[in-house]
Write a protein that binds this ligand. Sequence first.
Ligand code: FO1
Length: 307
Amino acid sequence: MALAGGVGGAKLAWGAAALIAPDKLAIVGNVADDFELYGLHISPDLDTLLYTLAGVANPATGWGVDGDTRQMLDMLTRYGEAPWFGLGDRDLATHLLRTAWLADGVTLTEVTSRLALALGVGCRLLPATDDLLRTMIDTRAMGTLGFQEYFVRHRWQPVAERVWFQRGEVCRVTRQVREALESADLIVIAPSNPVLSIGPILAVDGMRDLLAKRRGPCIVISPFVAGRAVKGPADKLMRELSLESSPRGVAQFYAGLIDGLVIDRKDADAPQPGDIPVLVTDTLMLTGADKIRLAQEALAFGGNLKK
Ligand code: FO1
């Protein structure tokens, strides 16, 4: 099974799905990027996984639907709005249905499963929690920002001082996530932003305990190439929070939860963890073949490790 968030996580999930029988693969997605806009419940990380696994993601951005149009956004602009979040017309259908089903009392897990089934995604795509969880960023210049305000509206430029999670009264792992974690032979943490994509998954009550009690090994694929994020603010944010964007820094972030680390060749000379096995390979996923090869290498590496 895999824990994944963002475009890098979705690419790795796609590679894994090409190799593993659907009934043997579960992907746990980050829900702390979710937010409400014009009354719609938007789940960007789950949708990036959904569209990527279904083969309909926009290849240029990694998020949104391929070939989507902007008529709804143009109409909003005519009404005098200044839309900063790029909701495409086809993408809108996903948010309309999700919002309606949630309002009917359907859980986010069930909503995601219905959408995945309709788009032909065979593996389990599981929100980390059905409870409220939202990433908040305290910034020096702009005060506290919700995740999408920070990430999209302000293009992750404000300097972050702290990342924290707004939670519901309860914020627990779902039964489906629990069962997937308890039965996993191997857990792969995708090359996702540790702080913003995987951090919120780990913040769900029960998640760290389940990972600590894992029956098989858990490995992480570093999201860094030459100490830099392939996309997004992972290295910038790590520095701002006094964390290292090196193999050692990644291993420290996941201390006690991982049995092995996959890093890019360009980080082979950077500070290393020292206490867990490291696989050095090419982690950049530009083509479908890259995604499948990296997933294959991660599965082989993890499969040979002891918990
Ligand atoms: N990311 C952007 O940088 N700009 C956007 O306008 C934008 C719109 C968007 C719409 C739907 C969706 O599912 C994702 C969207 N994203 C957009 C990506 C998303 O906000 C982030 O990539 C993730 O939340 C971080 O992993």
